[in-house]
Design a protein. Structure first.
Length: 363
């Protein structure tokens, strides 16, 4: 019998890195709303009361960067006073020239991974799926509970026996709070309003460990407790470490940036390999070169969970999916202001997103 443990984490919208991701994606959505052809890579950094918005923008949109950043802070639930510095330049003409061919080309080189398995209804690995659900529930409870504040983290350790999910070994939840609440009160709120409504009772037992605010007091949070920067939560945003990551972040980038759009399409492909019953697990690696309209390589794996060989599965994928940048943008309809809804609780596994839709695969 082989027993292993696997852990994934998630964070709430008030985590300082996620604050910056939401500012960046809010700016991107506003740019695309006004000008669907916008080429954007505008990011944010935050520390204490200072927000720096910076990057490159190739757009006809008239964007009030300061207003967007301050509105995001209020929306998340931070009521402190913030100051915004903006340093946004026009996109490099060299990058623009590489992208703007007759056929849309990749805005940069890079590798991207997609993944799906049938471990959950969302076709995501269990640990990251559960961690996201806990973080989302924590946010929901926090907004209705005055003693809880926006910053928070969750973590789930799953136990596998002979490759099968058997139980939840450990759940960690850390939540920012006001100074007038006790840790016992917080533990009661988190256990009864966050953990129990989310985690399947069949997967917990008397040996499951619950670590709620294990560091103790967590009054100082958000940018006042730590700095934040766009694009630092790439494992949280993808598959929780269960599958490889390409290394490029998603938030802030328009769909010509294959770090984002090709990663979405790779998930779309893997999800549909699994959803069509062709494999229990599927992973794909893509690579692109700046200025090239199609990928340099496509590599499909099923980890022995398909009746087809990986070579056969790859042939099926190439027959049914077009990995050119132009097609990715067209097929997934990515020139729309849809990116704010991707920012928190993972970019994958959300049923309304275009790369999570079912596509019939022809053999």
């Amino acid at each position: 019998m082989s027993k292993v443990f696997f852990t994934s984490e998630s964070v709430t919208s008030g985590h300082p890195d996620k604050v910056c991701d939401l500012i960046a994606d809010s700016i991107l959505d506003e740019a695309i709303r006004q000008d669907p052809e916008s080429h954007m890579a505008v990011e944010a950094t935050i520390k204490d009361d200072l927000i720096l918005v910076y990057g490159e923008a190739g757009t006809k949109a008239d964007i009030d960067y300061e207003k967007i950043a301050l509105n995001v802070m209020k929306e998340i639930g931070y009521d402190e006073e913030y100051h915004v510095i903006v340093k946004v330049n026009k996109q490099s003409s060299e990058i623009n020239g590489a992208v703007a061919h007759d056929q849309i080309s990749a805005g940069d080189q890079g590798i991207m991974f997609g993944y799906a398995d049938d471990e959950t209804d969302d076709l995501m690995p269990f640990a990251i799926d559960c961690a996201h659900k806990l973080a989302k529930k924590l946010e929901e409870v926090r907004r209705a509970t005055p003693c809880l504040r926006p910053d928070g983290k969750t973590q789930v350790t799953a136990e596998y026996v002979d490759g099968k999910l058997t139980r939840v070994d450990t759940i960690v939840v850390s939540t920012q709070h006001t100074a007038d609440v006790t840790q016992d009160e917080i533990k009661d709120i988190v256990m009864n309003k966050v953990i129990k409504p989310v985690v399947d009772p069949k997967l917990v037992d008397e040996n499951t460990k619950y670590l709620i605010n294990p560091s103790g007091s967590f009054v100082l949070g958000g940018s006042w407790g730590d700095s934040g920067t766009t694009g630092r939560k790439i494992v949280v945003d993808s598959y929780g470490g269960y599958a490889p990551i390409g290394g490029g972040c998603f938030s802030s980038k328009d769909p010509t940036k294959v770090d984002r759009s090709a990663a979405y399409y790779a998930r779309y492909v893997c999800r549909n390999i699994v959803a069509n019953g062709l494999a229990h697990k599927c992973q794909i690696e893509l690579s692109y070169a700046i200025g090239e309209p199609k990928p340099i390589s496509v590599y499909v794996q099923s980890f022995g969970t398909s009746k087809y060989s990986d070579d056969e599965l790859q042939a099926i994928v190439l027959k049914n999916f077009d990995f050119s940048v132009a097609n990715i943008i067209k097929e997934l309809d990515l020139r729309r202001p849809i990116y704010r809804q991707t920012t928190n609780y993972g970019h994958f596994g959300k049923k309304d997103l275009p790369w999570e839709q079912f596509k019939k695969i022809n053999l």
